[in-house]
Design a protein around this ligand. Structure first.
Ligand code: ADP
Ligand code: MG
Length: 399
């Protein structure tokens, strides 16, 4: 019996296209002897579709035509129901397309990688690969992530944060707060990705523009000290809280002031983008042994501090002026699932997916041992009988 895997990609995210590539690479790598694969594409407007036409990346040039070759589907947020349903069932057609055993989210960015999708999976009780809702949400928000890492003693670059409302109402105050860092700074939407919405600012005028630009993407903004002479190093971690390992490190090569969307996805030179595989990179990173060790340890510490599962990529910035190493961010569903880092670490993409699915089943099994009921039915006790509205307890149940 094969395992029915739903590979979910696309989504209401600026990284919709990149996710199509990640999913396509994963599907090609998956062992067909073990897995029956159902591709599920979420459109930019949030509708779900399934069908074999989704398996050819060329078809995404004309999404309208592509979707006309597919079937609209959905899952129900009802615990224990892991069916994929037809949205427009024809007469005599079965209501369910397939009963899925596990979901592999190959999604990136907002509404996808940030816990929203993972929440639906939790509701239906289906095992899914990668981080849970909390880890995904904490990992997506650069402010929350840095607060947690700082609390755990993991080095992060000095930052300030504020909301768009604060920017409107208390601009002078907010500017002073930012300028404590000293120019140049880098302004980022707290929950974007793929370098979208990010700009460096060398003076107040540029800061005003950069903040307005970032605010056009999100309401929470983070500003960091801009590291002028830096080396970026990425390291992937695979496993769970109890057992995790770090991959080899890579240095992505950038062409301008920041590692841009183009650097990340469009430098492959091939006919079509290869997702994160397109990044020009040095792999394994040519670093002193002590730096590599430090980064691999800090990557595992970050993974555990955020309670991650599956595969994540932790990105570092080395300040070459001081040789200090900082965690810049975590990607809880990394581009191309970081398979190229694991290949260098002796695990091919197919084995990586086996491991992700194994971890997903393991988490589900462990969760089954945790109590979801506590004590008796409170409504059947005397206390509750006195708790009706206007009753002896004034309608209040002791919490
Ligand atoms: N503090 C910083 N100093 C200098 N460059 C930075 C800094 N933070 C980010 N960058 C540059 O901007 C790029 C994108 O920032 P990052 O925080 O990784 O956001 P994203 O989630 O969009 O990838 C980084 O890869 C790096 O090139
Ligand atoms: Mg990044």
């Amino acid at each position: 019996m094969k395992i029915n895997v739903g590979v979910v990609f696309g989504g209401r995210s600026v990284e919709n296209e990149i996710s199509v590539i990640t999913a396509n690479q994963a599907i090609q790598a998956m062992d067909r002897e073990k897995y029956a694969i159902t591709p599920i594409y979420i459109t930019k407007t949030g509708k779900w579709y399934s069908g074999d036409a989704l398996l050819n990346v060329e078809n995404y040039r004309d999404t309208k035509k592509l979707l006309s070759m597919c079937e609209e589907v959905y899952m129900r947020p009802v615990y224990g129901d892991t069916n994929l349903y037809r949205a427009n069932r024809k007469l005599f057609q079965k209501e369910s397309v397939i009963k899925l055993d596990v979901i592999l989210p190959a999604l990136h960015g907002t509404n996808c990688e940030d816990g929203t999708f993972q929440g639906i999976m939790e509701f239906s009780g289906i095992p899914y690969t990668g981080c849970n809702t909390l880890a995904s949400a904490n990992g997506m928000d650069k402010v929350t992530m840095k607060m947690i890492l700082k609390e755990c003693g993991i080095p992060v670059i000095d930052y300030r944060w504020f909301s768009d409302k604060e920017w409107d109402d208390k601009k002078e105050n907010t500017i002073s707060k930012i300028e404590e860092l000293g120019y140049p700074v880098i302004v980022k939407p707290a929950n974007s990705g793929s370098s979208v919405g990010i700009r460096a600012a060398h003076n107040r005028e540029e800061l005003l523009d950069a903040v307005d630009y970032a605010i056009s993407f999100t309401s929470r903004i983070i500003v960091e000290k801009y590291v002028q002479k830096l080396k970026e190093v990425n390291c992937s971690v695979l496993g769970n809280y109890y057992e995790c390992q770090a991959s080899v490190c890579e240095v992505p090569v950038r062409s301008g002031e920041i590692l841009s969307y183009q650097d990340k996805y469009m430098n492959g030179g091939g006919k079509q983008s290869q997702g994160m595989r397109s990044t020009v990179r040095e792999i394994p990173a040519n670093l002193p042994e002590t730096s590599t060790k430090f980064i691999q340890q800090a990557a595992c510490d970050t993974f555990r501090a955020l309670d991650c599962d599956g595969v994540a990529r932790i990105d570092f910035i080395i300040d070459e002026a001081t040789d200090k190493i900082f965690v810049n961010e975590i990607n809880t569903i990394p581009g191309s699932l970081s398979f190229y880092l694991w290949e260098y670490s002796g695990m091919n993409f197919s084995q990586l997916i086996d491991r992700l699915i194994e971890i997903a089943f393991r988490r589900k099994q462990d969760a089954g041992f945790k109590a979801v009921n506590y004590g008796e039915n409170i409504f059947a006790t005397k206390v509750a009988n006195g708790a009706k509205m206007g009753g002896k307890m004034g309608g209040k149940l002791g919490k």
